[in-house]
Design a protein around this ligand. Structure first.
Ligand code: PLP
Length: 483
């Protein structure tokens, strides 16, 4: 029987299973919490009792035919997909599975250079060859936007043999590309469209949000339900529209990357969060958009602070903007975004999502209230009063287009050695170095390190930019190929 969106097949089955007081001679070995008393005393008996293993009544994520399948079908229906796959290892697992499903070893994939590192790791797993596109940069804000349609057209012309295009929708800062046009171009050229929708789970619930991947007709999308859909951390979903990609192949790939002991806590949180969005999503995101607009307006009234928004729509790389991403530009008060991120947590008890050199970013979502937004605004006003000094002047972001010498997979599996940054000119990088801002990798595995790149990394370090990805957290050394 087809279930309705008011139902929660998996969560309901879990409650029923729990009510039967079954004696567990299977794993997990804590046996309903009795074997982990301190933890159980803190979190409560129920949460431990429902930490169960796969069984006939509870179904199995590796080959769902029962209550998990029913819950996945409801997820697919709500998100306009043909199939949905629950993920218990975050969107990371979904992005890797999308790349491995769309590309055979040696196949080419077009992707923006500011992709999340899970996509670069997906290239390593799939042995896919990247054809990178540089995203647009907003010079005044110092951040990367999304991909312009012109650059996408050029990339498709330059790489007619590519099997897929991966797009981030939206970027960390909230910018979307013209996804519908990209899907049209891709399909005309027999390329699949894979969407990293880690930050866009909520897009189907208001016309004021950019188009979702499934709405635009993309072949696959992975949504971080745990980020803006309300489920528990690590729970995500891979959505598929069948045609170019076969659903049984996706299932086989997911069985390579996912655990055989999937958490029922995570999966049932997806089931309940899906029901909540189905019944209340439109109303809730109307409220959240109202809060986001209020917060943005109030921040823009504070002398020295600003928060960009929908006024940027229409420039290259900003076909759409998600107003729930509230980036607060703080450099005019003489502080970096990272400093304000720390000050807010340590002195005002406010945890932001992210800080870069110029911005600190709040994600406004389901649990947010007017009261908490007001606390953030008050704290920001106080910070301006206490700390305001000379502005930090933004330097123009420089993009380098490093030469790809070997595939990410070959670079990953080659011999490597750690070498002093200053001595790496001409070497091939074995690792990934990312800078915020602008949120674009400076170098990825398999690319040649030029003199310009070394000088740029030194410059970013002097600027106290946040550099991530390398083994040496201070990036004084880089792993390069060789003995
Ligand atoms: C753009 C983007 N893609 C993918 C991911 C990975 O998602 P998850 O943390 O759910 O594995 C993230 C995580 O922050 C992200 O920002």
């Amino acid at each position: 029987m087809i279930k309705s969106q008011e139902e929660t097949p998996l969560f309901s089955a879990m409650k029923e299973y729990n009510s039967k007081n079954i004696i567990p001679f299977d794993v997990p070995g804590h046996k309903q919490g009795k074997g982990l008393k301190e933890f159980t005393d803190y979190f409560g008996q129920t949460i431990m009792q429902i930490d169960v293993n796969s069984s006939k009544p509870m179904d199995n994520l590796s080959n769902p035919i029962g209550v998990i399948k029913e819950a996945e079908n409801l997820m697919a229906e709500l998100f306009w997909a043909d199939s949905a796959f629950f993920l218990v290892n975050g969107t990371t697992a979904g992005i890797q599975a999308m790349i491995m499903s769309a590309c055979n070893p040696g196949d080419k994939i077009i992707l923006p250079r500011n992709v999340h590192k899970s996509a670069i790791n997906g290239l390593i797993l799939a042995d896919a060859i990247p054809a990178y596109i540089e995203p647009e940069i907003h010079d005044k804000l110092g951040i990367s936007l999304n991909i312009s349609i012109e650059k996408m057209e050029q990339a498709i012309i330059r790489n007619p043999d590519a099997k897929a295009i991966l797009i981030t929708n939206p970027t960390y800062y909230g910018f979307s590309a013209d996804l519908k046009k990209i899907v049209q171009l891709a399909h005309q050229n027999n390329m699949a469209v894979l969407v990293d929708e880690a930050h866009g789970t909520h897009f189907n619930f208001s016309r004021d949000f950019p188009s979702s991947g499934m709405n635009a007709g993309a072949d696959m999308s992975t949504i971080s339900f745990h980020k803006t859909g309300g489920s528990l951390t690590q729970s995500s979903a891979l959505l598929l529209i069948e045609g170019i990609i076969d659903k049984n192949h996706v299932k086989a790939v997911l069985n390579i990357t996912q655990t055989t002991s999937s958490s029922y806590l995570l999966m049932s949180s997806l089931d309940v969060a899906r029901k909540n969005l189905a019944l209340n999503g439109q109303e809730e995101f109307k409220r959240i958009l109202k809060l986001s607009r209020y917060a943005r307006d109030e921040i823009n009234k504070i002398d020295g602070l600003s928060s960009f928004g929908k006024e940027l729509i229409g420039i290259d790389g900003a076909c759409g903007f998600d107003e729930t991403k509230l980036a607060i530009k703080v450099n005019e008060i003489g502080l970096t975004g990272l400093e304000v991120y720390d000050i807010l947590r340590d002195q005002y008890n406010i945890q932001m999502e992210f800080g870069d050199s110029y911005h600190t970013l709040a994600v406004i979502s389901l649990g947010d209230t007017q009261e908490n937004i007001d606390k953030l605004i008050l704290a920001l006003k106080d910070i301006v009063k206490r700390y305001k000094k000379e502005p930090i002047i933004l330097d123009k972001v420089t993009l380098h287009n490093p030469e790809v010498i070997v595939t990410p997979r070959n670079a990953f599996y080659s011999h490597r050695k750690l070498k002093k940054l200053e001595d790496c000119e001409g070497d091939i990088s074995a690792e990934f170095i990312m800078a915020y801002p602008p949120g674009i990798p400076i170098i990825t595995p398999g690319e040649r390190i030029s003199k310009d790149i070394i000088e740029y990394i030194i410059f970013l370090k002097e600027q106290k930019s946040m550099l991530t990805g390398s083994e040496d957290p201070y990036v004084n050394n880089i792993n390069v190929l060789g003995f």
